[in-house]
Design a binder for this molecule. Structure first.
Ligand code: FES
Length: 178
């Protein structure tokens, strides 16, 4: 008998047992992850959740961008917490169109500012600047992409709703946080 055949047989059996165990554990571990993290992301807001942010009256037509907190009920498998701040957005209005950006800088996650009259957003951490349409203003900017736009709409003729979503920072691609 080949002296190596016993060892090869043992290794094959060990590999088969390992693969079998991995297959058996995959489904329970996935279920455990869902059970332990029912909030749907770091912010506690399910990806792309519509939230009423303000009234249309707070946004003058063709006015400068204004920053608003995003506040919503936070629900998980065990509790319901009303009116929890989960982020913030810049809103502006031109005619009937509402423009919305997440205030989080796509470079490293600081919060972007807007100074009225400056005609640009500025991140105070590493000086990335963004035009009013959200595009990166300065080619030397460390931000790998423009501000993250969000869907926004007017409901019932008076309420501004935003589909609030956070995105991963430090990437050129815009990838929603899960
Ligand atoms: S975090 Fe905004 S420029 Fe670095």
């Amino acid at each position: 008998m080949d002296p190596g055949s016993g060892r090869r047989g043992f290794l094959k059996a060990a590999a088969a047992i390992g693969l079998g165990a991995a297959a058996l554990l995959t489904a329970p571990l996935a279920g455990l992850r869902v059970w332990l993290a029912p909030l749907g992301g770091r912010s506690g807001v399910a990806p792309g959740r519509w939230v009423r942010v303000t009234s249309l009256a707070t946004l003058p037509e063709n006015g400068p961008p204004r920053r608003f907190p995003v506040v919503t009920d936070q629900v998980n498998a065990w509790t319901r917490s009303p009116a929890v701040p989960v982020g913030a957005v810049f809103l502006s209005r031109s005619e009937d169109r509402i423009q919305a950006f997440n205030v989080v800088c796509p470079h490293a996650g600081c919060l972007v500012d807007y100074t009225p009259g400056s005609q640009q957003f500025l991140c105070p951490c590493h000086n990335s600047t963004f035009a009013l349409d959200g595009q990166v203003n300065d080619p030397g900017s460390p931000s790998p992409r423009g501000l993250d736009p969000l869907e926004a709409e007017v409901r019932d003729g008076s309420d501004v709703w935003v589909r609030f979503q956070n995105f991963r920072v430090g990437l050129k691609e815009r990838i929603p946080e899960s």
